[in-house]
Design a protein around this ligand. Structure first.
Ligand code: H2U
Ligand code: ZN
Length: 351
């Protein structure tokens, strides 16, 4: 007879989207914490910063000027990691020395002309405009024969290496399908071939049933802590309807996506009463022209904060060398996030 349970004992959990395993050590979350717990210093920023290269009318690198935009603004990254005119070619010196040329287009998206706010503080209609820009950019880039994958993402907070607090995201689109997406394509395809349904569709059904890891639900989307979360407060937004990419979302679904993006990030800000840092991004099918019925649109949120506004989780030591590991379980993280108010802490009046 076994007394094993995942609330008390070390175990490994499978990430069915990547095939990776993660070590969970729930017993360690009970050990005393003697580190510092700092209060966040609230940083009030101006709506316009003359020194910001993303604010309207300001100068960027290379002497370019931003237009006097309102709402969203997209431009080609002045320091693009990928270039459109890379010559085709490859190095093939046996199995140990392989290289291939790579082309692509990188863009920066300003989410708002207002320098002082981020997504959780923006109005729903303005977040909807961000979703619309994602759709437009996706459609334009995916129709380019050179582009086979469009990675839309947001790097938020200095702790994540983000260079500027002005609300913005990026798009790196490339001729190759990047590694994480290759893994997710393989697992979803295998699942779809075996079951005739999408992996995330079935996963979502099970999670809606269990309710343990759910955070926010609206008509078309669910935000949850995945069973296999690595980062302490890692989450996903999954569409209820399996769609291969954002261009297939209906008008109502686009508004629902903006709504759940706002609700989830408000919870994040409320957790430590700080503008919550994360890397987030959209995962969708390759744009190589083939059909990917197994692909189920979703967003990942990878936030580094662990215990307070300044104490982050480090992926070092065992995690770099062997396997990712966490102490607080996905269920505990979900409980904490679920219990938080849906009103942004800066707007709560009864404090
Ligand atoms: P972060 O989101 O990681 O801070 O990156 C901002 C991007 O803005 C970064 O990729 C680009 C950088 O190359 N950038 C410009 O395109 N023009 C500038 O004048 C400064 C920064
Ligand atoms: Zn700015």
């Amino acid at each position: 007879m076994s007394n094993f349970n995942i609330e008390d004992f070390p175990h490994r959990r499978l990430n069915p989207l990547t095939g990776d395993w993660i070590l969970v050590s729930p017993h360690r979350a009970k050990r005393p914490w003697q580190g510092q717990v700092e209060k966040a210093v609230s940083e009030d920023r101006p709506k316009y910063d003359p020194g910001c290269y993303l604010c309207a009318g300001n100068e960027r690198a290379g002497g370019k000027f931003n237009p006097d935009y309102k709402g969203t603004f997209v431009f080609t990254n002045d320091f693009s990691a990928l270039l459109t005119d890379t010559p085709e070619g490859k190095i093939d010196e046996g199995s140990l020395f392989q290289a291939k040329s790579e082309s692509g287009i990188c863009k920066v998206i300003c989410f708002s002309d207002n320098h002082s706010i981020t997504i959780p503080e923006m109005e729903l209609e303005d977040i909807r405009k961000v979703v619309d820009v994602w759709c437009q950019e996706f459609e334009e880039l995916s129709s380019n024969p050179m582009i086979n994958y469009v990675q839309i993402f947001e790097n938020k907070g200095a702790i994540m290496g983000c260079s500027n607090p002005h609300p913005h995201g990026q798009i790196w689109s490339s001729s190759s399908v990047p590694t994480e997406l290759m893994k997710e394509t393989k697992t979803q395809k295998e699942y779809f071939e075996k079951h005739g349904t999408t992996l995330l569709g079935d996963y979502l059904k099970a999670e809606l049933d269990k309710k343990e890891r759910l955070l926010v639900e609206n008509e078309h989307f669910v935000a949850l802590v995945p069973y296999w979360a690595v980062w302490p407060f890692e989450t996903m937004i999954i569409s209820k309807r399996p769609v291969q990419n954002i261009s297939l979302l209906t008008d109502a679904e686009r508004t629902s996506l903006a709504d759940i993006y706002q609700k989830l990030t408000i919870k994040y800000d409320n957790l430590f009463e700080v503008s919550f840092a994360y890397s987030s991004g959209l995962h969708q099918a390759s744009t190589d022209g083939n059909d990917y019925p197994e692909w189920h649109f979703h967003m990942h949120f990878y936030p580094p904060l662990l215990r307070s506004a300044s104490v982050k989780k480090f992926m070092v030591g065992y995690e770099m060398l062997a396997s990712p590991q966490r102490d607080i379980t996905a269920e505990q993280a979900a409980r904490r996030l679920r219990e938080l108010s849906g009103v942004h802490y800066k707007h709560q009046t009864n404090k």
